[in-house]
Design a protein around this ligand. Structure first.
Ligand SMILES: [Zn+2]
Ligand SMILES: [Zn+2]
Length: 258
């Protein structure tokens, strides 16, 4: 710097190069044009935090709604496969693992092999990480894999001890549109593909132990024996006396039990 040049001239040159004066002294310090001060940055962060607080519940709810629809769609695809299977098998329903030891004979295996599309027997809200891929041989699956998010109503099995297979054909069910065929099972279940409503003894808490009843905003998806799906509170499916969608001889109203 030329000693003869006045300070004011140097400051003018500095301003023209994007350098500003320190507010408490005459010496300039560098500040890039367009940069935030600390206070400005804190204000911006606070606004973002407030917006996130407002938006997150909506985003969560939107995600849960999307999961519910995906789950329902996966169940619906299962219902379509079931209807095709019934046409070719004199309305006989495929069985659960309750009285069968060969995994190739489980309802999931049978329906997987029956349609060309890949069926997904799982719910995106299911907390389990590893699932069996039913398009591959069962013997190749890791032992701790969860069979499915879904479970079959074992009252419709050919080996059902309550009805002795009387309701193993969909035409024998009094009202298929009011009789649940598949429901959502708890995420902690691994080697399981069916539930036993005859063991709930009209106790809603016992039913809740076998059904993922609150998986979708306190509701759950159900596939009925006619192939349609519904999202319901478990109380809407299992009450006594009143509507009960689990028993094939009495749905939807429970008559005298014999
Ligand atoms: Zn069983
Ligand atoms: Zn689900």
């Amino acid at each position: 710097m030329n000693r003869a040049e006045p300070i004011s001239r140097n400051l003018t040159d500095a301003n023209s190069r994007g350098i500003t004066n320190c507010p408490c002294c005459v010496f300039p310090f560098a500040r890039q044009q367009g940069a935030f001060t600390l206070i400005e940055l804190l204000v911006v962060i606070s606004i973002i935090a407030i917006l996130m607080g407002i938006l997150l519940p909506f985003l969560n709810k939107a995600k849960q709604l999307a999961n519910k629809l995906t789950c329902s769609s996966n169940m619906r695809q299962t219902g379509i496969a079931l209807n095709s299977y019934l046409i070719d098998h004199d309305d006989r329903l495929p069985d659960s693992s309750c009285h069968i030891s060969d995994p190739n004979e489980f309802w999931i295996s049978i329906l997987s092999a029956y349609v060309r599309e890949q069926l997904l027997f799982r719910c995106p809200s299911d907390k389990a990480k590893n699932f069996v891929d039913w398009n591959k041989p069962f013997s190749e699956q890791p032992k701790d894999s969860r069979w499915s998010s879904f479970a079959l109503n074992a009252l419709l099995d050919s080996g059902c001890p309550r009805y002795y297979g009387r309701y193993n054909t969909v035409t024998a069910i009094r009202k298929p549109q009011h009789c649940i065929y598949v429901a959502e099972s708890p995420s902690s279940w691994t080697s399981a593909d069916h539930v036993h409503p005859e063991n709930w003894f009209y106790n809603i808490n016992l039913a809740k132990g076998q059904i993922a009843w609150d998986r979708h905003l306190k509701k759950s998806n159900y596939l009925f024996a006619d192939g349609h799906t519904e999202t319901l509170k478990i109380e809407q499916t299992y009450t006594w006396p009143g509507d009960c969608f689990w028993f094939p001889e009495s749905a939807p109203k429970w008559p005298n039990d014999d």
